[in-house]
Design a protein around this ligand. Structure first.
Ligand code: SF4
Length: 705
């Protein structure tokens, strides 16, 4: 008998409502839910891949163990016993920090990992914690922690009411937001333009978003901080600063004037490639618009000065009076009050409380930069990592210098992966514990409620019941916790939180409790009776109540940024032997490395190509379709070229998440469409030393001729 389920696509930040038609244990059809209160029927081509993930013949259903003769299926009991033993033995023999955790990007879309998973990880005492945060949004979180006192109090563009948006290093038409949860961005940007608003894109590539913008300015990769600082200078020089309602709360406006005073538009023309008049016009346009907002994303964050760039975006929104104002950069008020819970449980975030052992890099909120994870595994000494628990991640493809990380993983004493695939990373594990996939588990967007451009809440029960031989990720954590707590290595306080969450019934009960105590006082019952979600209204001003700094002030300038400006200015004089700069790019039909085993998403035109400007191509006598070798300080790859004036001269672009030709994986479709890994070129040795974030954009490269 066919059944209709209303659910949420959990493949990216946009949280689109979907309808899943099923019969028995088969998916018949997936399409957009027109009645979804937030996405109103919008979906992208990736949503259908939820079916492919569920039906994938390559996915694992039961635990497997690596043996000398290959992978062997083992029982869950045997697997849990061996994994618990591996964790205990590693920590007992070599100390707590010898065991590391890595949390991949899909984990933020997973209710079980965001609730019991987080509690489990925190209850295992180790400082060797890493995640995809430090190849992604870390600079935004650092800026939120430094300026507003809470790492999860991140402002998002009020896209449906703004009349002037400056988009820096972001392609929301393809990402559907990103640190701005906004399904159907094309319609939202079109609506912005039809109400007389202006869209300005700053990017080294004429992206899909740039193509429909009112203005697009090419900029040299990695130089956004210079541009933004010059805009700050113009605002002060032309008396355009107007902080508005929050003025009495903001400290540091005068200091900001001084810090920007030397950086006029003329002084950054050469380094950014943008002419001074365009920079001035941009500053004036933003200052004079009624509801302006600055927004930046991956290209802005994952570069040499990503920390400064994310900070300056907030600084600009404050100086033009846009912070916390309708149409500006606003704060969501999620039904599960993550900022409030972070305050209550001491998780508002901290920075540089300790440093990494090998390279002396700052921690952020208890995590070390993932760009140094391989160093911590390879370099001998007290605290060397000997064991790893990798959860929903493929860092060999998604973090800098994949080949180095691969050799580090191969040398570990013990590794467990919680993942449904044998991929480029998990192939190094001793044991793989496969959890259920998205259609088989309940879904609630714990994290993205923070970033939504309109407050709403939706709880989607699992489309399919899990089978007896399967385990949810939170059940995996529960089994490991049960074994470890008997032997006593867990933090008592964190462990008791885990126990309470478990006794109350797991993630669903945790969400029920959080909804009841949240700002909208919702109940799980109400959400379960509202399969299309509950609309909670437009974003509203949240300051000063939402401020979490000790002195209840907004800190425009703090020490880390003050100091890092010197590094920015010094970089102007630097010379480099590599003539080209590599940037990443995102494709609507791809999401990091984890959807390449879906035939419907990878078929058709080759997605993993190197974009190159016609002038650069001519100087090397290269045409579209030619294969070239491109090299960086970290390594080299051979890839086909696509000649296009979409990229700035001197810039080349590769999409990320590819490179499925390594041996030992079991993802047959992905292997047929292998591509090359951009992270065989990115350099783990060069990071944004302020935030600890990886540099994935503006990587110096050259063609090997
Ligand atoms: S934009 Fe696509 S991948 Fe993202 S949630 Fe919506 S349907 Fe899923």
């Amino acid at each position: 008998m066919p059944q209709t389920h209303y659910s949420t696509c959990s493949l990216c930040e946009a949280t689109c409502g979907i309808v899943v038609e099923t019969e028995g244990r088969r998916v018949l059809k997936i399409y957009g839910d027109e009645n979804d209160v937030f996405s109103k029927g919008y979906i992208c081509p990736k949503a259908a891949a939820l079916q492919d993930l569920y039906e994938d013949p390559d996915r694992l259903w039961e635990p497997v163990k690596r043996t000398t003769t290959g992978w062997r299926t083992i029982s869950w009991e045997e697997a849990f016993d061996e994994v618990a033993k591996g964790i205990l033995v590693t920590q007992k023999a070599h100390g707590r920090d010898a065991l590391a955790f890595y949390l991949g990007n899909p984990s933020v879309h997973c209710l079980g990992i965001m609730t019991l998973g987080q509690l489990f990880i925190r209850s295992v005492r180790t400082r060797s914690r890493f995640s995809a945060t430090s190849v992604d949004q870390l600079p935004h979180m650092l800026a939120a922690q430094q300026m507003f006192g809470n790492q999860v109090r991140i402002p998002v563009p009020d896209i449906d009411r703004t009349d002037f948006i400056v988009i820096v290093g972001a392609n929301p038409l393809v990402s559907n937001g990103s640190v701005m949860t906004a399904p159907g961005m094309k319609s939202r940007l079109k609506a912005l333009k039809s109400r007389g608003g202006t869209v300005v894109v700053i990017d080294p590539r004429r992206t899909q978003t740039a193509a429909i913008a009112n203005e697009h300015h090419f900029i040299r990769p990695g130089t956004d901080a210079f541009l933004l600082l010059a805009i700050v200078q113009v605002l002060f020089a032309e008396n355009l600063v107007s902080v508005g309602r929050l003025e009495a709360l903001v400290d540091g406006v005068d200091e900001m004037r001084v810090l920007a005073s030397e950086t006029n538009p003329e002084s950054v023309e050469q380094v950014t490639g943008m002419d001074a008049e365009s920079i001035r016009a941009l500053a004036r346009g933003a200052a004079k618009a009624k509801r302006p907002v600055f927004y930046g994303r991956m290209g802005a964050c994952t570069q040499e000065f990503g920390g400064l760039t994310a900070w300056l975006l907030n600084v600009l929104n404050i100086l033009i009076g846009s912070l916390d104002e309708p149409g500006g950069a606003m704060f969501a008020n999620p039904a599960v009050d993550l900022p409030g819970l972070a305050s209550r449980f001491g998780l508002k975030g901290h920075y540089d409380r300790y440093r990494s052992r090998v390279r002396d890099l700052p921690e952020f909120s208890g995590e070390l930069p993932v760009a140094t994870m391989a160093d911590e595994m390879l370099v001998d000494g007290d605290g060397k990592i000997r064991g790893l628990v990798s959860i929903a991640g493929n860092p060999v493809l998604s973090t800098p210098n994949g080949p180095k990380l691969e050799s580090a993983l191969a040398g570990l004493d013990f590794m467990v992966a919680i993942d449904p695939y044998i991929n480029e990373t998990t192939r190094h594990a001793n044991i793989i514990l496969p959890p259920t996939t998205p259609l088989e588990r309940d879904h609630y967007d714990v994290v993205f409620g923070l970033l939504m451009v309109r407050n709403n809440a939706k709880y989607a029960p699992a489309v399919f019941e899990r089978q007896p031989e399967q385990r949810h990720d939170w059940e995996i954590f529960a089994e490991l916790w049960a074994r470890l707590q008997k032997s006593g290595p867990l933090s008592k306080a964190k462990s008791s939180l885990f126990k309470r969450a478990l006794l109350r019934g797991g993630p669903r009960a945790v969400i029920g409790m959080a909804l009841r105590t949240g700002p909208h006082k919702l109940s799980l019952r109400k959400l379960l009776k509202s399969p299309h979600g509950v609309d909670l209204g437009a974003l509203k001003s949240m300051m000063p109540a939402a401020l979490a700094t000790k002195d209840e002030r907004i800190h425009l300038v703090t020490d880390p940024y003050r100091k890092d400006l010197a590094r920015l200015h010094a970089s102007k004089e630097r010379e480099c032997e590599f003539p080209l700069r590599l940037i990443g790019r995102r494709h609507l039909r791809s999401n990091n490395s984890w959807l390449h085993n879906s035939e419907r998403l990878v078929k058709g035109k080759e997605g993993c190509t190197l974009l190159m400007h016609p002038d650069d191509a001519a100087s090397y006598s290269i045409s579209t379709g030619d294969e070239v070798t491109i090299a960086s300080a970290a390594g080299e790859v051979r890839v086909g070229v696509e000649v296009t004036d979409e990229v700035l001269r001197g810039v080349v672009s590769l999409p990320h998440g590819w490179g499925h030709s390594r041996s030992g994986t079991q993802t047959r479709t992905a292997e047929k469409h292998a591509g090359v890994s951009m992270n065989d070129l990115t350099n783990d040795a060069a990071i944004d030393v302020l935030s600890g974030n990886a540099i994935l954009n503006g990587v110096p490269v050259r063609l090997v001729t």
